[in-house]
Structure formats: structure tokens, C-alpha cells
Write a protein that binds this ligand. Structure first.
Ligand code: ARG
Length: 444
């Protein structure tokens, strides 16, 4: 039985096709749906659409359902369309007519919008924690190996001296920049669409500011038609932020695969962090980094996929939007897993301290020599030519020391500044407002 069913039963094939993967996908949204329903019911009581006793019973029952979700016992039944219908059904089974009152003043359109925002802001909170932990690891490694040199490449040709300090630190700073995008996505996400109903508001005197405050949102999406237009937009915006992090992890994973290959030998992964071959007994493969690379490349397609689903839709709700959930909701878990696995791998990576003893890297010190000559008064172009000739004639002798002192260079990594940037962004999220609001709503 559907919430909307009157006298005609829908064709089973149409039912199967339109419900699609919702019974599975909506489980991601169950906790959010319950939190939103508690806030909505509290508001309904304040405008006289529920009595105080009805609200008390609804809240208690919603909290019971919440506990079931946490315990993994909540399911969306065969004949039920989605999480919104399931929660209403459970309330009605337990509370009869009282349960049937909860949907006054809202539609599943603003309900799913709300659920997605509550879910997403929570997922952003946990991803930000994972990103921040990875930044910590990278900065610790950068400091630990600050004086271990590494060849730097351009065009994948040996170029100039780099260091493990630079390598690890570069990804830390890149992830800090990703947090700016994440903060922007969080701001777009953390605005309340509830009360927009089907996308055009309602004639009930709903108190939108009240549910906004109860749920700890920064503000509401004021214009009800815009609130509905936010479906897909919030996902796309957040998708861009996830894609930024994924791009970093994917690049780092490729570096790690390259550096751990026998031909490079810059890093070694302990045996227990590699996988073997069924035919070649010597193999120790960096599969974790390879899978991270592939998963993160897939995540980078998220904003494009969401764009494609929503691209040609005019304003207003369409069922097309349901499909965005299938690609959007599982992406957080995947990215979180990649972040944690990357951290685990990096923490046990062994660094080769003697890479530059190999003569094949000698030429990368040529720029050091040119610069030393220029500093002693030889015009740069003459110094460049002089060293170039020495190389061509086989007379070049590498100094093998680097003297980089400016900000952000091998000798002056500025890791403390990078950590400070990260801390400043973290403070801007103000997650505690949401955490406290949600804890206050749910009585478990
Ligand atoms: N499963 C739907 C979705 O994700 C929920 C909203 C249904 N609304 C409707 N008008 N059919 O979009």
C-alpha cells in the first residue's frame, strides 16, 4: 500500500521500476528522516496541529525507530516504497490516527531534501575528520623525513632535488585546500528546506525558523521554489568537494605505486600491506594504492554524473532526482575508506634514505651549481651555459647538497603554517552546533 494509493493498485512492473533501489538507498537516510520528523512534529504541536500528548507519543515512537536503525533492525518492507513511507507506517501501526497526522505541512519532496541535507552534513563532518587525520599523518612524515632527498621529476624525467619532506607536505597542503571546497559545500548543505513541501510551500502556518533552529541549520532555504531547486545542486556542489579530495588521493596513490616499483625503489611497503600473485612467487603488489586510485577516479566523476542526471530538468520536482541518490549516497563511505586506508599505508611506508647515492641522479644537481655561480656574480645565462657545457663534455661533478631556504622549499617547509591554515578552516565548520541540536532532538 502506497501513501498515495486510492482505489487503483499500481501495476507491479511499474512499482518495481519506480521504487528501483530506494529500499536500499533510503536506509542511508533513515536516521535523518527520523530527526527531521521529530523537528517537524515539534513544530506541528506549536501551531496546534498536534496536542502535547500526541507529540510526546510521536517523539517516543520515533526514538524507538531510531534505536532500531542504530541496531541494524530497521528495514523498508517489500510493499513499502521508501523510508518516508516506512517511518509513517510504523508510527501509524503503533499510534493509529496520531501517526497519520505527522505528514501535515510537508511533502516527501521536502522530506527527502531535508534527509539528504542532514545525512550529507553528518558525512561531511566525518570526512573532514578523516582528511584532518591524514593531514596530521602527512605533516608528521614530512617533518620526520625532511632531510631525506628524493629526485623531483618534470615530464617524468629527472629534474631537480626534491625531498620526502616536500612530497608528504605537498599532499598535506593540497588537502587543506580541499577543505575550503568542503566548507563551501557544507555551507550550501546546511540550510533548511523543510516547509517548502512539494516545492511551493503550504497554507499551514508552518514555523520554518523553528525547525531550522531545532535541527541546527545555519539558516533556511528561504524561497520554497529554490529549496526544491536545491535537489541535485547540493549533491553536485558536495560532489565537487569530494572530487577534490579524491583527486589528491588518486595522485598520491599513483606516486606511491611508482615510488614502490622496483625500478624506482624510493619507498617500500611492508609485506603485510601488499598482495601476492598466484603465479609469480616474488610479487608484492601495491593493490591498496591501485584500488584507491580507481575508486577515487570514479568519485571524481560524481559531479559530472549528477550534472548529467539533472542537466535538462526545469524547476520543480521530478522523479529523475531519485537516481542521484544511487551515486551520491555510497560515495562518502568509499571516500572515507580510501582516506583511512591511505593513512594506514603511509604510516607503515619505509623510506629509502640513500636514493641519491645512485649516479643516475647526479645531473639533477646542475641547477644548484648554476645558482651558486649566479650568486657569486656570474650572469645567470652564462652560468647556465657553463654548466651545460660541463655536462655535455662529461666534466660535470655533482655537489649533491641543496641549499633551499625560501618559504615552502626543502629547507623551510612551513609545515607549521600549513597546520595553522587547516586549524583555521576546521574552526569555521562549527560542527558542534549541529551535533548539539541533533543530540537534543533525539531521546536515546
Ligand atoms: N523516492 C523519492 C525521491 O528520492 C522521494 C520523493 C517522492 N516524491 C514524489 N513526488 N514522487 O525523489
Amino acid at each position: 500500500m502506497k501513501l498515495w494509493q486510492k482505489n487503483t493498485a499500481v501495476d507491479p512492473e511499474v512499482d518495481r521500476f519506480t521504487v528501483g533501489k530506494d529500499r536500499e538507498m533510503d536506509l542511508y537516510l533513515a536516521k535523518a528522516d527520523i530527526l527531521g520528523s521529530i523537528a517537524h512534529a515539534t513544530m506541528l504541536e506549536s501551531i496546534g496541529l498536534l496536542t502535547a500528548e500526541e507529540l510526546r507519543m510521536i517523539k517516543a515512537e520515533l526514538c524507538n525507530i531510531y534505536r532500531k536503525v542504530i541496531g541494524g533492525e530497521f528495514i523498508i518492507e517489500e510493499q513499502v516504497e521508501d523510508v518516508h513511507s516506512q517511518v509513517e507506517l510504523l508510527l501509524t501501526r503503533r499510534l493509529g490516527d496520531t501517526g497519520k497526522k505527522i505528514h501535515s505541512g510537508r511533502s516527501r519532496n521536502d522530506q527527502v531534501l531535508l534527509d539528504l541535507k542532514i545525512f550529507t552534513r553528518g558525512e561531511i563532518r566525518s570526512l573532514v575528520a578523516d582528511v584532518s587525520a591524514l593531514i596530521d599523518t602527512l605533516l608528521v612524515l614530512s617533518e620526520r623525513y625532511r632531510s631525506v632527498l628524493l629526485p623531483g621529476y618534470t615530464h617524468l624525467q629527472i629534474a631537480m632535488p626534491s625531498s620526502f619532506g616536500l612530497w608528504f607536505g605537498s599532499y598535506a597542503e593540497s588537502l587543506v585546500d580541499d577543505l575550503y571546497l568542503m566548507l563551501a559545500a557544507y555551507r550550501v548543505c546546511n540550510r533548511n528546506p523543510l516547509g517548502s513541501a512539494a516545492g511551493y510551500g503550504s497554507s499551514f502556518p508552518v514555523k520554518r525558523q523553528m525547525t531550522t533552529d531545532l535541527l541546527g541549520f545555519d539558516s533556511m532555504n528561504y524561497n520554497v521554489a529554490y529549496a526544491q531547486m536545491g535537489r541535485g545542486k547540493m549533491e553536485r556542489t558536495t560532489g565537487f568537494a569530494l572530487a577534490g579530495i579524491a583527486a589528491d588521493l588518486s595522485k598520491l596513490a599513483f606516486d606511491a605505486c611508482l615510488y614502490s616499483s622496483g625500478n624506482f625503489g624510493f619507498i617500500t611497503l611492508p609485506a603485510e600491506f601488499t598482495t601476492g600473485s598466484s603465479i609469480m612467487p616474488h610479487k608484492k603488489n601495491p593493490d591498496v594504492f591501485e584500488l584507491t586510485r580507481a575508486k577515487c577516479n570514479l568519485i571524481q566523476g560524481l559531479p559530472q554524473q549528477i550534472t548529467l542526471i539533472t542537466n535538462n530538468l526545469p524547476s520543480g520536482y521530478f522523479r529523475d532526482l531519485q537516481i542521484t541518490k544511487e551515486i551520491f549516497l555510497p560515495a562518502f563511505g568509499e571516500l572515507g575508506d580510501c582516506l583511512r586506508m591511505t593513512r594506514l599505508m603511509l604510516e607503515s611506508v619505509e623510506v629509502n634514505r640513500n636514493i641519491l647515492d645512485d649516479e643516475k641522479y647526479s645531473l639533477m644537481f646542475s641547477v644548484e651549481k648554476v645558482n651558486a655561480l649566479a650568486l657569486s656574480g656570474v650572469p645567470f645565462r652564462d652560468a647556465y651555459r657553463q654548466v651545460g657545457l660541463e655536462i655535455e663534455e662529461g666534466r660535470f661533478i655533482a655537489g649533491k647538497t641543496v641549499n633551499h631556504t625560501h618559504e615552502g622549499s626543502i629547507g623551510n617547509l612551513c609545515n607549521d603554517r600549513i597546520a595553522e591554515l587547516r586549524d583555521n578552516i576546521l574552526a569555521e565548520f562549527k560542527f558542534e552546533v549541529v551535533v548539539q541540536a541533533e543530540e537534543k532532538l533525539i531521546c536515546i
